[in-house]
Design a binder for this molecule. Structure first.
Ligand SMILES: Nc1ccn([C@@H]2O[C@H](COP(=O)(O)OP(=O)(O)OP(=O)(O)O)[C@@H](O)[C@H]2O)c(=O)n1
Ligand SMILES: Nc1nc2c(ncn2[C@@H]2O[C@H](COP(=O)(O)OP(=O)(O)O)[C@@H](O)[C@H]2O)c(=O)[nH]1
Ligand SMILES: [Mg+2]
Length: 194
């Protein structure tokens, strides 16, 4: 089983909060049949279950901080194992959040063949998240937590992009464009995979 995951096609989808990762991943699923695993969604499912662990997670996410690395990684790994037989590849959305998360992922699961870097301006991300907050019901889509998530993104997550750039697997996607144009560039990057 472990070997099967190692041979799977793995794409990291990295970008700031509200940059459009989830939006693009949905479109990739529709066109390519990849399995979309959003680390944030997995965490929110645990919170929604009402478990003790979920309560601890909720408090961390509410503050816009990172939950313990092993928690997220175990959740992603379990979700991958559950799908590996029927999946053409995996979109790992919102992970890694810091270089260490990427290193641990590679030790326990495998190496990504592509990193889609979904790039939008800070002010664009804030605007989108405030708008999303009107309907998302997410307790972290509020002005104060958004600011913290953004700060953490620049501090901890941007170095992830530099780390994988040196391997030549990063494709930077301008996410200021209309959704379908953004997707055109995403599709080109995926079509470029052998
Ligand atoms: N690898 C991850 C992924 C998520 N989180 C936690 O879960 C929260 C929400 O994650 P996510 O849904 O990925 O949120 P954003 O990056 O803000 O992106 P978006 O809401 O736009 O999808 C983060 O703020 C963080 O507290 C984490 O700690 N570690
Ligand atoms: N104008 C515009 N809005 C977008 C685009 N991508 C996402 N959005 C909006 O921005 C918000 C955040 O998008 P989401 O996919 O949840 O981003 P994520 O936080 O990176 O997963 C949503 O309300 C989307 O409708 C885009 O390319 N253009
Ligand atoms: Mg998302």
């Amino acid at each position: 089983m472990a070997d099967k995951i190692k041979d799977a096609k793995i794409i990291f989808v990295v970008g700031g909060p509200g940059s459009g990762k989830g939006t693009q991943c949905e479109k990739v699923v529709a066109k390519y049949g990849y399995t979309h695993l959003s680390s944030g969604d997995l965490l929110r499912a645990e919170v929604a279950s009402g478990s003790e662990r979920g309560k601890t997670l909720q408090a961390i996410m509410q503050k816009g901080e990172l939950v313990p690395l092993d928690t997220v990684l175990d959740m992603i790994k379990d979700a991958m194992i559950a799908k590996v037989d029927v999946s053409k590849g995996f979109l790992i959305d919102g992970y890694p959040r810091e270089v260490k998360q990427g290193e641990e992922f590679e030790k326990k699961i495998g190496a990504p063949c592509l990193l889609l870097y979904i790039d939008a301006k800070g002010e664009t991300m804030v605007k989108r998240l405030m708008k999303r907050g009107e309907t998302s019901g997410r307790s972290d889509d509020n002005e104060e937590t958004i600011k913290k998530r953004l700060d953490l993104y620049y501090k901890a997550t941007e170095p992830v992009i530099a780390f994988y750039s040196s391997r030549g697997i990063v494709r930077k996607i301008d996410s200021e464009l209309p959704v379908d144009e953004v997707f055109g560039h995403v599709a080109k990057a995926i079509d470029g995979l052998k």
